[in-house]
Design a protein around this ligand. Structure first.
Ligand code: HEC
Length: 182
């Protein structure tokens, strides 16, 4: 291969590069890509705010209605979560939490020998259906400072079931709450 031929080849390569380069510039000018403000992929998803859910969710029945349709069997199943810390039978020992025999209608913080939190002792009054219903939904919301480290049962019906189960654990179960007379 003489130097003339080599020049021709190099020239061809150089020429091609130039053409590619200028095509690239021209294409860039014509098809300027739209750069997103933020790097990454734009994924189109519909956002469902908490507001949508609140609208879709049915309003909960009042506590009395929940109690009226409570299932003790379901309550017993849910009470397994409580059994890690509580006993339910008469004369049962205190565990992490106090024994819960006769809890419906029992004065708060009244099990002798159990070390209640100051918050529980200060709450006062007896455990009404309404108080149990509120406490079991959100223990630390109802009694800020309670030692009961239980997240709570968010479903009203589930709480009513457990309360019905607790109600049955008494010598003379407290009658079911009646819906407020209209
Ligand atoms: C992680 C342990 C734990 C679990 C689980 C738990 N509790 Fe408790 N519970 C406690 C403790 C501790 C207290 C005492 C709270 C205080 O003194 O502030 C308590 C207190 C109570 C009281 C008040 C008792 C009284 O004598 O005034 C009720 C009622 C109660 N729990 C019901 C329940 C129910 C029903 C469940 C299940 C749905 C449950 N707890 C699950 C630990 C627990």
């Amino acid at each position: 291969m003489n130097s003339f031929e080599l020049n021709k080849i190099l020239g061809a390569i150089l020429g091609t590069c130039l053409i590619v380069l200028s095509l690239n510039i021209a294409a860039g000018a014509i098809f300027a890509p739209e750069k997103p403000a933020k790097p990454g992929y734009a994924i189109a998803v519909q956002e469902h705010g908490a507001g949508d859910k609140a609208v879709a969710k049915e309003p909960e029945q009042p506590m009395e209605a929940m109690m009226a349709s409570a299932s003790m069997e379901k309550g017993q199943a849910t009470a397994k979560q409580c059994a890690a810390c509580h006993t339910f039978e008469k004369g049962g020992p205190n565990r992490v939490g106090p024994n819960l025999w006769n809890i419906v209608g029992r004065p708060k913080a009244s099990v002798a020998g159990f070390n209640y939190s100051a918050a529980m002792k200060a709450k006062g009054g007896a455990w009404t259906f309404g108080d149990l219903y509120a406490y079991l939904a959100n223990p630390r919301g109802f009694i800020p400072g309670t030692n009961m480290t239980f997240a709570g049962l968010s479903r009203g019906q589930q709480r009513a079931d457990v309360i019905d189960f607790l109600r049955s654990h008494a010598d003379s179960p407290v009658p079911m709450p009646k819906a407020a007379a209209k």
